[in-house]
Design a protein around this ligand. Structure first.
Ligand code: G4P
Length: 530
């Protein structure tokens, strides 16, 4: 197969949802269709259950599982599909944000009864900012839920999307009869509650066909006709171009648990979802079809064995082919590196591969060379953009609890921060170190890992901050900046890249600072998202 064909057949995407909307169930059903697994229940969720909050072993065990399920690859009708797993637990949201820099499209799963939930809003916003093509899958149609039109309205309003349904449910919950596929113009009848639904798909060229009345009953058929008329009147026809530009989001309905509407979703996805897209580097846009290899690290995972502190760096291939044992330039370190055992990922296992193509993810064994966001090339000085840090929600001082192990502690903190477990800020005024995290769970993970992997002990102390705001010193007026620095010196810190950060103690104090120093821009991410 030619290089161009290899690129064309790849689809790399992520599934995002609020916890419990059905992401894991859907992933599993997709894998079943791809023949990548044989039975339901084979994919272990990478989600960290709420009950695991203080169970370290459970966290560790699940971290292990999440390595295996970080990338789930399978083939379907000649297409190579890479699903990048995104943790659903909100304490690991930052991981998910970063993974979204490596996907070419996403599927958003929404629970028909719960509608748009908080975590979905946040994740969709990140995708919207990056114009990532999105397909919305409304799940759990086998249960009572919201009216389809109300739900479509909610999706448009809360998520700020422009939707167009590609399928439409016939009834719901107890009265759920099936789904009319607007995209394929056929009806899929819901005939059983079985978990392995293999319902028949009946082609209906025209919704006015009286066969429909026989199939679903006269009343349901007439409601469907009315609904479809309304759909046609209200929603714009599907445009692939608009979808690819992130300007229109097709919606499909189904039930992952009963495996209903999943094949339709997959078929539609394979047809419309984009192959690997070009990516912007600081220097230029890079096309997948370029012959020279380039890629970037979007995730780093510590290995399970605490005796070998090696890690797996996940690299998304943007252009060219990645080859085993070929030297590549690590741009930040200006160092050539060779990889003798790059891993490729399949449903639940990983294997050493010789060649990988754009859209693929390779896992590289690393002993501390990589940070999230690093670029690898064949020699070109490229820096891929777009892995910002978001403002943490929690802040705590970290103290050394074992003075004999200071070196180990600093090394551990350094490496955990490179992995993106949390963010480190150093206070300007006294050099004390503050760890910022998205969720409280990370503090326990850090403490546990410092002790078990680095032999260091730490304790925490509260630091009252509301948000971290990054400040671009070069853009502010000099007098305003120096006055601000003098007044707020207690709240100023540097992040790991030496950028100035204002750790605002309250919403009010941030507002006051914004009013008082209008030339200073306070950003909630470490980098401008384009
Ligand atoms: P998540 O990864 O998004 O967090 O969700 P997950 O797939 O784990 O699904 C959350 C719960 O919703 C699970 O039930 C799952 O069985 C159920 N579910 C998923 N899809 C559907 C669907 O289409 N219809 C119905 N009725 N339920 C669905 P649970 O009881 O929390 O877990 P489990 O004991 O079934 O694993």
């Amino acid at each position: 197969m030619s290089f161009t064909e290899e690129i064309k057949k790849r689809r790399t995407f992520g599934i995002i949802s609020h916890p419990d909307a059905g992401k894991t169930t859907l992933t599993e059903k997709l894998l079943l269709y791809g023949g990548a697994i044989q039975e339901a229940g084979a994919v272990k969720s990478n989600k960290i259950k709420k009950s695991a909050t203080s169970d370290f072993m459970e966290i560790e065990r699940q971290r292990g599982i999440s390595v295996a399920t970080s990338v789930l690859a399978f083939s379907y009708n000649g297409t190579k599909i890479n699903i990048l797993d995104t943790p659903g637990h909100k304490d690991f949201a930052e991981d998910t944000f970063r993974t979204l820099t490596a996907v070419d499209s996403v599927i958003v799963v929404i629970d028909v009864a719960k509608g748009v939930e908080e975590q979905t809003e946040k994740l969709v916003e990140v995708c919207r900012m990056r114009n990532i093509p999105m397909i919305v899958f409304v799940n759990k149609l086998d249960r009572e839920g919201k009216d389809a039109f109300d739900l479509l309205d909610e999706v448009e309003q809360k998520l700020n999307l422009k939707v167009t349904p590609l399928s439409f449910p016939i009834g719901m919950g107890y009265d759920f009869k099936g789904i009319y596929n607007i995209f394929e113009k056929n009806v899929n009848l819901f005939t059983s509650q079985s978990k392995q639904h293999k319902g028949e798909t009946i082609a209906i060229q025209d919704v006015n066909d009286t066969n429909l009345d026989t199939l679903v009953g006269a009343s349901a058929a007439s409601t469907l006709r009315e609904n479809l008329e309304l759909v046609e009147g209200v929603y714009p026809p599907f445009s692939r171009e608009a979808y690819l530009n992130g300007e229109m989001q097709p919606v499909l309905f189904g039930s992952a648990l009963t495996n209903f509407g999943v094949r339709e979703l997959l078929d539609c996805f394979v047809q419309i979802a984009p192959p690997p897209r070009p990516k912007r580097a600081e220097e230029r846009d890079v096309q997948p079809s370029e012959s020279n290899f380039s890629g970037f690290v979007f995730k780093i995972h510590a290995n399970m064995d605490p005796k070998h502190r090696d890690r797996l760096a996940f690299v998304k291939i943007v252009s060219g082919t990645f080859e085993r044992n070929k030297p590549y330039l690590h741009v930040r370190l200006q160092k050539k590196l060779k990889f003798s055992s790059p891993n490729a990922f399949f449903a639940e296992k990983k294997e050493i591969v010789d060649t990988s193509y754009p859209g693929d993810i390779v896992g590289l064994h690393d002993t501390g060379n990589f940070k999230i966001g690093d670029t690898l090339t064949e020699g070109e000085q490229l820096h891929y953009k777009g892995i910002p840090s978001f403002s943490p929600e929690h802040f705590r001082y970290i103290n050394n609890a074992d003075p004999m192990k200071a070196k180990q502690l600093f090394k551990g903190i350094d490496q955990l921060m490179d992995e993106g477990v949390a963010q480190l800020f150093t206070l300007e005024i006294n050099g004390r170190k503050i760890i910022g995290t998205v969720g409280a769970l990370q503090y326990e993970v850090i403490q546990y890992r410092l002790e078990h992997e680095y032999g260091a002990k730490c304790s925490y102390e509260n630091f009252a901050a509301y948000k971290a705001c990054w400040i671009d010193e070069s853009k502010a007026k000099a007098d305003e900046l120096s006055e601000f620095k003098r007044v707020k010196q207690k709240f100023l810190a540097k992040d790991k890249t030496n950028q100035l950060v204002f750790l605002a103690d309250s919403h009010f104090s941030l507002q006051m600072a914004q009013q008082k120093y209008p030339s200073i821009v306070f950003r909630f991410t470490s980098e401008v998202v384009e």
